[in-house]
Design a protein around this ligand. Structure first.
Ligand code: GDP
Ligand code: IMO
Ligand code: MG
Length: 427
C-alpha cells in the first residue's frame, strides 16, 4: 500500500497522531508527510506510557526508520519548528529524518500579531483561532505576498518580499488596528537567523515523494485539522485557512490523486470542537461535562477546554463523501464505558423537516437539531480488549451500528491512548 492518507473526519483532535503513529510502527512506512496547516495542530502520541505532542512536525518524527516531510502546503514558523525539534531532542528521543519543502510558506512573528488583533477586532464574531498566525500566513500566500522557505536563502529577495508583504499590512496595523508598524529590517533579521539551520533540511519534496512512490516506498500523509475545519468544505467561516480534506493532500504535497491508495478518516466515538461555530450535537449538560472529563478533552496546542457532544453520523457520512474515505479509524470508544444508553445523531431536523445529508447552506446547518437513536451501553472497562471479539456484545453492536450509518467500514478501534490500545475490526 504505497500511499495512505490519515485525516480528521470531525472538527479535529480525533486521534490522528495516534493513528499515524500506529501505522508508522506496524507497517513499514518510509515517509510521514504533513501537507496542510502549521503549528495550530496538536497531535498526541503515547509510547510506552510516555506522552508526546507534535504540532508542526509530522508524528512520524518519533519513528526512527521513517523520514518526516513538511510539504509545500504547510505554513512553517521556523521559530516553532526548531522549538519543537529541540524540545524532543532535550527529552532524549531518537528522531527520524526531516525534510522541509522549499515552497512551504513562512509564518513570521507579525502573522501571529495580526491573527490576534484580527480576532480582537471581530469581537463576538471571532473564530477562536489558535493565534498562531495561520490565517494571515495563508492570506499572504493567496494574495501573492507570502514568503517561502527558499526565500530565506537569498537576502536581497527576502528583503524585497518582506517589504511588499508589510506594505499593506502596516497600513492596516497602524490605521485600522491602531498598532505600531512592523519594521522590515527586524523581520528580515528574524528570518535570516534561522537560515543556516534550515538550509540542510530543505528539498523539492514533491520530487522526493513522487520518486519514493515510483520506487514502491510507502508514504503516509498525516492530516491536520479536519474535514469540518476545511476552508471549503467545513463550517465556514468557523474553519481554519487550509484544505484539510483528502484533496488538500495532493496540492499540499505535489502528488497526484491517482497515487493515493487508502484514505482513512479518524473519527471519535463522540464529537468535540474547539473554538467558535455551529455544532449540532453539542451537550451543555452533565453528559457533556462527563465526556469532557473522562475523555480528557483539553486542547493540546492552546489548553482550551473542548466542547463535547454525541456522535454525529451526518458529519461522518459527509466526511466519507468529500474525502472519498476507504475506511474509518474509530477512537476513544473506551470513553463511553460508563453510559447506560448512548445517543447517536442519525439525521437532523431542520425547520420541521428530517434531513439525512449535510444541508446545503450554513443557515440551515445553524438550525439543525439532532435526531437521535439510542444504543445500549456496555458499562464495563474495555481498555484491555485487543480484538474485536474481546469487546462486550453491546460495544460490538455500537461499532457495527456506526459503521452501518457512517458511509465507510471501520478498520480499527481505539480503546485507550496508547499505541497498543487498539483493535482491528476489518484487516
Ligand atoms: P489529533 O489532533 O487528531 O492527533 O488528536 P489530539 O491528540 O489532539 O487528541 C486526541 C486525544 O485522545 C489525545 O489525548 C490522545 O492521546 C487521545 N486518544 C487517542 N485515541 C484514544 C483512544 O482510543 N482512547 C482514549 N481514551 N484516548 C485516545
Ligand atoms: P488538530 O490537527 C482542533 C480550530 C481553532 C479555530 C479554527 C481556526 O490537532 O486536530 P486557526 O488557528 O487554524 O486559524 O483556527 O480551527 N483548529 C483546531 N481545532 N484541532 C486542530 O488541529 C485545530 N487547528 C485549528 O480552534 O476554531
Ligand atoms: Mg489535536
Amino acid at each position: 500500500m504505497p500511499a495512505i492518507v490519515v485525516l480528521g473526519a470531525q472538527w479535529g483532535d480525533e486521534g490522528k497522531g495516534k493513528a499515524t503513529d500506529l501505522l508508522a510502527t506496524t507497517e513499514t512506512i518510509d515517509y510521514v508527510v504533513r501537507t496542510s496547516g502549521g503549528h495550530n495542530a496538536g497531535h498526541t502520541i503515547v509510547v510506552n506510557g510516555e506522552k508526546f505532542a507534535t504540532h508542526l512536525l509530522p508524528s512520524g518524527i518519533l519513528t526512527p526508520g521513517a523520514t518526516s516531510v513538511i510539504g509545500n502546503g504547510v505554513v512553517v514558523s521556523p521559530e516553532a519548528l526548531f522549538r519543537e525539534l529541540d524540545g524532543l531532542l532535550e527529552r532524549g528521543v531518537e528522531l527520524g529524518g526531516l525534510v522541509v519543502s522549499a515552497n512551504a510558506h513562512i509564518i513570521a512573528s507579525y502573522h501571529s500579531t495580526i491573527d490576534k488583533v484580527t480576532e480582537r477586532f471581530l469581537g463576538k464574531n471571532q473564530i477562536g483561532t489558535t493565534g498562531r498566525g495561520i490565517g494571515p500566513a495563508y492570506a499572504d500566500k493567496i494574495n501573492r505576498v507570502g514568503i517561502r522557505v527558499a526565500d530565506l536563502f537569498d537576502e536581497g529577495i527576502l528583503h524585497q518580499k518582506v517589504e511588499s508583504a508589510l506594505d499593506v499590512r502596516n497600513h492596516l496595523l497602524t490605521k485600522v488596528y491602531n498598532r505600531r508598524a512592523v519594521e522590515v529590517d527586524a523581520v528580515v533579521e528574524e528570518l535570516l537567523s534561522y537560515a543556516d539551520r534550515l538550509r540542510p533540511l530543505v528539498a523539492d519534496t514533491s520530487l522526493l515523494l513522487n520518486q519514493a512512490l515510483d520506487a514502491g516506498e510507502t508514504v503516509l500523509f498525516e492530516g491536520a485539522q479536519a474535514t469540518m475545519l476545511d476552508v471549503d468544505h467545513g463550517t465556514y467561516p468557523f474553519v481554519t485557512s487550509s484544505s484539510a480534506i483528502a484533496g488538500g493532500v495532493c496540492t499540499g504535497a505535489g502528488v497526484g490523486p491517482t497515487r493515493i491508495d487508502r484514505v482513512i478518516g479518524v473519527i471519535k466515538a463522540y464529537t468535540t470542537r474547539v473554538g467558535s461555530g455551529p455544532f449540532p450535537t453539542e451537550l451543555f449538560d452533565h453528559d457533556g461535562a462527563e465526556l469532557q472529563r473522562i475523555g480528557g478533552e483539553v486542547g493540546v496546542s492552546t489548553g482550551r477546554t473542548r466542547r463535547c457532544g454525541w456522535y454525529d453520523a451526518v458529519i461522518a457520512r459527509y466526511a466519507s463523501r468529500v474525502n472519498g474515505l476507504t475506511e474509518f479509524f474509530l477512537t476513544k470508544l473506551d470513553v463511553l464505558d460508563s453510559w447506560e444508553q448512548i445517543p447517536v445523531c442519525v439525521a437532523y431536523e431542520i425547520d420541521g423537516q428530517r434531513v439525512e445529508e449535510m444541508p446545503m447552506t450554513q443557515t440551515e446547518f445553524h438550525h439543525a437539531k439532532p435526531v437521535y437513536e439510542f444504543f445500549d451501553g456496555w458499562q464495563e472497562d474495555i481498555s484491555g480488549c485487543r480484538t474485536f471479539a474481546d469487546l462486550p456484545k453491546n460495544a460490538q453492536g455500537y461499532v457495527l451500528a456506526l459503521e452501518e450509518i457512517s458511509g465507510a467500514k471501520i478498520w480499527g478501534v481505539g480503546v485507550g491512548p496508547g499505541r497498543e490500545e487498539t483493535l482491528v475490526v476489518h484487516d
